[in-house]
Design a protein around this ligand. Structure first.
Ligand code: FAD
Ligand code: SF4
Length: 626
């Protein structure tokens, strides 16, 4: 039953899009790809901007928070909350305008990154941030997270591509955030409405705390945490679109984005340097950078071994020789295949002679390169498929430090985790100092939950020591926001809170993220109270906790989106959400992409699911055990 029947009925009267307040929908929308689960109040799937305005105003009237949602692939929990979810990924997906000459596009927030690029392929241009989830991440979500990809050393982060944003403020007022001359900024400040207050307060806060901003914001190539005061301070003409970027839906609701598009690379070549020692690999990164690679990625031995043992991936591992502790994947862009190959060969010789690589392989043809990227992109899916009670848990997985100190930083992280008798695994965007370190923990064990916090706080100290950032691309969400007071210090943290209050006086925009956050152990999807419910079935299937709710299928094809994702996108009948959506590949049911689920079908699938969540209040009543 709907927890707020009046809100629901008012929304039904006012909104053209879909309204989902049933138990199944709220359960499905209670997760993203993070560790967390919180049941939302309800879900609105808006047809257009007017629907979003109505939803926001109606929610505000009932004192209900709102939570914007794109693909729901966030890893830090910023896309879950006790709020009215507004999901742009079904209808608000239009490519509104393409200007190839000036190299920009205008899009609605729900358009998926790869779909956008498919649509503009003929122009020879593309939207560059290449997140590993590019087949399901929406541009709005990428902007709100300030996402970045493997080629960020060339293209930067999403914020570097944002020209302007149209957005709804907390009162439902529509505004445009773009670069303003000092005179235009002054005119904005003179306005008597919420927008005017935002411009005045932003200027006051950035100017008042300029010294602290310079001192506290780390000088790293990747930063996704906190509010981006540092970017404004560095700009001659302020662009508040860059403050909205990375704000995780806590300041404004993006309804339209104008973003840059760049030429596709003409030719590429990849060198794969193999090392017996992972720290030799890390030490080799700084000397590689003057060769101007387009990407340098690190794959460690657990991932490579799992890839070689995986039936599907084995045949793509043609580039691996021997049993490396780590492989550096170094890619070059150039004008012709010959020029790219020449750069690969030049670095090959240097890296063997000077940097302790025991061998190097080359991927110069399109097919060889496709193999390399297929295995690289399968990284997380592979990790999540690891057998055993302990899983590679994400909470310190996104720290970024200056490239030069990466070996020392990671040595100390490994020692910290080792001191608790736990193991770690990682893959890394080493070209920009970002290591996705995952700690092997069993969050169904209360002691491991305590350990998670100790390791998180210990890592924060190391990140501060090495001048890094706790989040390089995945954001603060529920898992890292609690660290912001210590990371940014009391003065800047208070400034963040004042900024939030200026934008969102009622505190209804995705509250509890970036500022005023919960402890990281609260609302865990799989925690000490998690129990497996045994259901007798004809076929066996694995429990959900063995898989990342990440739309990557760990079991079968780790680099590909899951079957349910593909199916849901094809039918458009049910919301596209991450786990606990039932998995076609793991249920004794075969789903065909062109069928619509009959009434109760989803309910059947979910009730067949053999688990219940850590947080029983997050479950529909019909799923609770007797
Ligand atoms: C397997 C895996 C690999 C990943 N790899 C990468 C990677 O390589 N690089 C990287 O940066 N990230 C990565 N991520 C994290 C995630 O995929 C990215 O952050 C992605 O860009 C999020 O997009 P989304 O559409 O799923 O956003 P969502 O999760 O739907 O939303 C993200 C945030 O944006 C807000 N939001 C969404 N829409 C709007 C809107 N219209 N207005 C205002 N706020 C909005 C939400 O409230 C939320 O706070 C990975 C995640 C997984 C599971
Ligand atoms: S296999 Fe299933 S549980 Fe795993 S990510 Fe895919 S849909 Fe989610």
């Amino acid at each position: 039953m709907s927890p707020l029947p009046n809100l629901e009925s008012e929304l039904r009267r006012k909104i053209k899009g879909d309204i989902l307040f049933d138990d199944v929908a709220r359960y499905l929308y209670s997760t993203d790809a993070s560790l967390y689960q919180i049941q939302p109040v309800g879900v609105v799937i808006p047809r257009d901007k007017d629907d979003v305005i109505q939803a926001m105003r109606t929610a505000a009237k009932y004192g209900v928070a709102i939570l914007p949602r794109g693909g729901g692939t966030s890893l830090a929990g910023q896309t879950v909350g006790h709020a009215l979810v507004i999901d742009c990924s079904k209808y608000m997906t239009a490519l509104l305008e393409v200007n190839a000459q000036e190299r920009w596009v205008r899009v609605e927030p729900g358009i998926v990154r790869d779909e956008l690029n498919r649509k503009i392929k003929a122009t020879g241009l593309h939207f560059t941030p290449d997140v590993a989830t590019s087949s399901r991440a929406a541009v709005g979500g990428m902007i709100a997270n300030n996402s970045a990809g493997t080629h960020s050393i060339v293209y930067g982060k999403t914020v570097d591509q944002v020209i302007s944003l149209r957005a709804l403020l907390a009162d439902g007022e529509e505004v445009e955030f773009r670069e303003l001359t000092p005179e235009e900024y002054e005119n904005k400040c003179a306005q008597k409405n919420l927008e005017g207050k935002i411009y005045r307060e932003t200027r006051r806060l950035v100017q008042q705390h300029a010294e602290e901003i310079r001192a506290r914001f780390p000088k790293v190539m990747r930063r996704a945490g906190g509010y981006s005061f540092d970017l404004l301070l560095a700009q001659k003409n302020w662009n508040l679109a860059h403050l909205i970027t990375g704000s995780e839906g806590t300041l404004a609701f993006i309804t339209e984005a104008k973003v840059r598009i760049e030429p596709l690379p003409k030719a590429t070549g990849i060198l794969l340097a193999h090392f017996h020692d992972i720290f030799d690999a890390l030490r080799a990164v700084a000397p590689i950078l003057p060769h101007r690679p387009a990407a340098v990625e690190l794959l460690d031995s657990p991932i490579l071994r799992m890839a070689q043992q995986n039936l599907e991936l084995r045949r793509h591992c043609t580039f691996v020789e021997g049993d490396p502790a780590a492989v550096l994947l170094i890619e070059f862009f150039d004008e012709t295949p010959e020029a790219a190959a020449e750069r690969v060969i030049r670095l090959d010789e240097e890296i063997r002679q000077k940097h302790h690589a025991y061998t190097c392989t080359r991927a110069l043809s399109a097919a060889e390169q496709a193999n390399v990227w297929y295995v690289r992109k399968a990284g997380l899916g592979l990790l999540m498929g690891m057998k055993g009670e302990r899983k590679p848990v994400e909470f310190i997985e996104d720290a970024a430090v200056p490239v030069a100190v990466m070996p020392q930083y990671l040595r100390e992280v490994a020692d910290l985790i080792g001191s608790f008798n736990r193991e770690m695994t990682m893959y890394a965007h080493v070209s920009v100092g970002l290591a996705h370190v995952r700690t092997m923990l069993n969050l169904r064990d209360a002691d491991d939950v305590k350990l998670m916090r100790r390791i998180s706080e210990g890592t924060l100290d190391l990140v501060l020591k090495y001048g890094g950032m706790m989040s390089g691309e995945h954001g603060d969400g529920l898992v890292r926001s609690y660290l912001n007071p210590k990371f940014f210090g009391p003065q800047l943290y208070q400034a963040f809170r004042e900024l939030k209050a200026a934008f969102d006086p009622q505190g209804i925009m995705n509250p509890g993220k970036i500022v005023d956050a919960q402890g990281m152990e609260e609302n865990l999807r799989i925690g000490p109270h998690y129990r497996t419910r045994h259901v007798h079935t004809h076929f066996q299937y694995r429990a959900r906790w063995k898989c990342a709710p990440a739309w990557v299928n760990a079991a079968n094809s780790p680099a590909a989106p899951c079957a349910p994702h593909t199916w849901q996108r094809a039918t458009k009948n049910i919301p596209r959400v991450a786990a606990p959506t039932p998995c076609a590949r793991r249920l004794p049911v075969r789903l065909r992409p062109n069928i619509s689920p009959p009434n109760g079908f989803m309910k059947f699938l979910i009730s067949a699911w053999p688990v219940r969540a850590a947080n029983p209040s997050a479950l529909p009543t019909w799923m609770l055990p007797n």
